[in-house]
Design a binder for this molecule. Structure first.
Ligand SMILES: Nc1ncnc2c1ncn2[C@@H]1O[C@H](COP(=O)(O)OP(=O)(O)OP(=O)(O)O)[C@@H](O)[C@H]1O
Ligand SMILES: [Mg+2]
Length: 265
């Protein structure tokens, strides 16, 4: 299939419902701008994401990384431009963003598990409520996902009894319970004690191996280099440079990227 045909597929929704092929464009961002008051935070972002890509977004604090991810699932409303996700332009106020959001999971720095529910209940809530999955099926799927993140024995635990890393793995399982086609991670490991980071990164690595399309904002440069198919360096609201991990980390071109890497590597 040609690039154009695939882009058209993204436009007309042909890649929805699990049908995305490796070369399909699942996210197509054109000239995305976002201002908060007089502060323009995203200054014309263009970005196409193909099914199965694992994209790390790196860059200094305030570059607009979180704002970009938040725009991708409708948590922030773009000031202008278009964001076509699985065929729907979510920058268009007429689009039912809740429908599109079912296909995009997002995991934040802070886990926000519901403290008054067990781990399993946290995971089954959205599928039973939104997708009307029967309780027994939702529970079975929750146990399967907990096994995947190494926490099957915690199904009936209270989230408060878990460590930070365990909570974050539950948060990932909770996102996956909606069977998203795309996962967004915004510094999923930054709030964790160092010894917890590895287990969470392993879960993300496993997802990458399974072909999940992912965008990761991360400060874990070694991990970004290892797991990504593409790395995007953002600075001051623009994509300053992008390429394979080898290109971006091994042969950076932009002085701003070189300066950034000299500080973080
Ligand atoms: N809701 C908001 N209202 C006003 N300004 C905002 C809002 N959200 C973000 N900003 C501003 O937008 C800019 C980009 O913020 P953003 O959180 O996207 O950066 P970031 O690259 O994720 O930074 P960090 O690495 O520190 O998380 C910052 O100057 C921030 O103050
Ligand atoms: Mg951020």
């Amino acid at each position: 299939m040609s690039e154009t045909t695939n882009a058209t597929n993204a436009q007309n929704g042909a890649v929805k419902n699990g049908a995305a092929q490796k070369s399909d464009v699942v996210i197509d961002v054109k000239n995305l701008r976002k201002s908060f008051g007089g502060n323009e935070v995203l200054k014309g972002i263009n970005c196409q994401v193909h099914a199965g890509e694992v994209i790390s977004i790196i860059g200094p604090s305030g570059a607009g990384k979180s704002t970009f991810l938040r725009c991708l699932n409708g948590l922030d409303t773009p000031s202008s431009g278009s964001i076509v996700v699985l065929g729907d332009d979510i920058a268009d106020p007429k689009t039912n963003i809740d429908k599109t959001r079912e296909h995009i999971g997002m995991v934040f720095q802070h886990f926000n598990l519901f403290p008054n529910m067990t781990v399993a209940e946290n995971i089954t809530l959205a599928p039973t409520l939104i997708k009307k999955v029967p309780a027994d099926k939702a529970r079975a799927r929750a146990l399967e996902l907990l096994r995947m993140v190494g926490l099957e024995e915690k199904a009936d635990a209270n989230p408060e009894s878990l460590s930070g890393g365990q909570k974050q793995r539950v948060a990932i399982a909770r996102s996956l319970a909606m069977d998203p086609q795309i996962m967004l991670f915004d510094e999923a490991t930054s709030a964790l004690d160092p010894e917890m980071v590895g287990d969470v990164l392993q879960v993300i690595r496993d997802l990458a191996d399974k072909g999940m399309t992912m965008l990761l904002v991360t400060h874990e440069m070694a991990f970004a280099r290892e797991v990504s198919t593409r790395v995007i360096f953002t600075d001051a609201g623009v994509i300053e440079e992008e390429g394979t991990p080898e290109q971006v980390f091994g042969n950076p071109q932009s002085p701003r990227l070189r300066s950034f890497l000299s500080k973080v590597l």
